[in-house]
Design a protein around this ligand. Structure first.
Ligand code: GAR
Length: 191
């Protein structure tokens, strides 16, 4: 079994879709949900699916290798960032080279980088008068939103769209594609 850890800071709708997708998988198991936010919706999703959780703070995630050690102790093979808002420290990237991916709610390299997350992204895209936006699934390196791109999908932006309506369109794309892209990545994976 390939053991996945999902990192999420927010509502966790992507985490929920990934969990649902792999529920009956004979090759992939969602072994752990990790979050840095005590009030994150993802805790409830983990409980409902009987998945173990790990709360991280700056000390365990950034200032020490405590989180890395816990992931290794559980034999986690692959890490998926699904709405996780902290920069990944080099210690984790070195422990999981080419084995951490992220989803970003825009067409990178545009609208990425520090501070570009969630609604901030959609507000910037609408304010710039873009005619399209989309999602990017990419490998994680030591810089925000700069790792190699694995997959992108686009949606059109109508003149009547708002940041909220764009966010809804983006979530539809994310939910449709993220679990399938993870599955196809892992199908070519040797641990
Ligand atoms: C998603 O739209 C994801 O792309 C975005 O946060 C949202 C989380 O939604 N991630 C980023 O902005 C990372 N820079 P969810 O909690 O419902 O899955």
């Amino acid at each position: 079994m390939i053991k996945l850890a999902i990192f999420a800071s927010g509502a966790g709708s992507n985490a929920a879709k990934i969990i649902e997708h792999f529920k009956n998988s004979s090759t992939v198991v969602i072994d752990l949900i990790v979050s840095n936010k005590k009030e994150a919706g993802v805790w409830g999703i983990a409980a409902a699916n009987q998945i173990d959780t790990l709360y991280i703070n700056r000390e365990s995630f950034i200032e020490s290798d405590a989180c890395v050690k816990q992931l290794q102790a559980r034999s986690i093979d692959f890490i998926v960032l699904a709405g996780f808002l902290w920069k990944v420290p080099e210690s984790l990237i070195h422990a999981y080279p080419g084995k951490i991916i992220n989803i970003h709610p825009a067409l990178l390299p545009k609208y990425g980088g520090k501070g570009m997350y969630g609604m901030h992204v959609h507000e910037a895209v609408i304010a710039a008068g873009e005619k399209e936006s989309g999602i990017t699934i990419h490998y994680v390196d030591a810089h925000y939103d700069e790792g190699d791109i694995i997959f992108q999908a686009k949606c059109t932006i109508e003149p009547t769209d708002t940041p909220a309506s764009l966010a809804a369109k983006i979530h539809v794309l994310e939910h449709a594609h993220f679990p399938v892209v993870i599955e196809s990545l892992l199908s070519g994976f040797s641990m």
